[in-house]
Design a protein. Sequence first.
Length: 202
Amino acid sequence: MVTQHSTTGRNAMADAFQTHVGTSPDLQIYGGGSIPANAAAAALGTLIGLGTLPSSYLGAASGGVKSKAGTWSYVGQSGAGAGTAPTYYRIVKSGVCHDQGTCGPAVVLTTSALTAVNGNVLTFASTTGVVVGRNVSGTGIPPGTTVVAVTGTTVTLSHTSTAGVGSGTAITFSPDLVTNSPTISNGQQGEVSAYVFTVGGA
């Protein structure tokens, strides 16, 4: 059985993690390479965006979740060239990577068919922009759902929809850190639209 923790305990763990990282860590955004196997592994690909986060870069914990606080901005680096798609991010303090995950713009698609109650396959006219591992949200989508498989017109979810998903429903597919641009170029000023740090064990 997977262990479960109280909400207050998960909030305390989230707060402790932020305290451990410290104030104003660096945000590093990479492109052209896959995400490293773990936070201790060397970075892969090319550094294309760099910024320093606010002193208190996460908000108050609620339900074991902390969202970004303040403005998270970055500047495109020389390796980005005329425009490179972001692949993953790292939050680094004093040369140590404390957090990493997928990075890029969110994709919003509208379903083209009904997904029945307890189904886990969504149908669209096209699934362009959707990749395995993205977080999924929308009416009828359970919290914590991710993409486990993609075809040209269907997306398979990690969780079944107990209520079903109607045709014509807007579904959002998001990486762990959402940028406000699909590519980053040298010298470009950019901002992070959304980021959530979640402690498991609910």
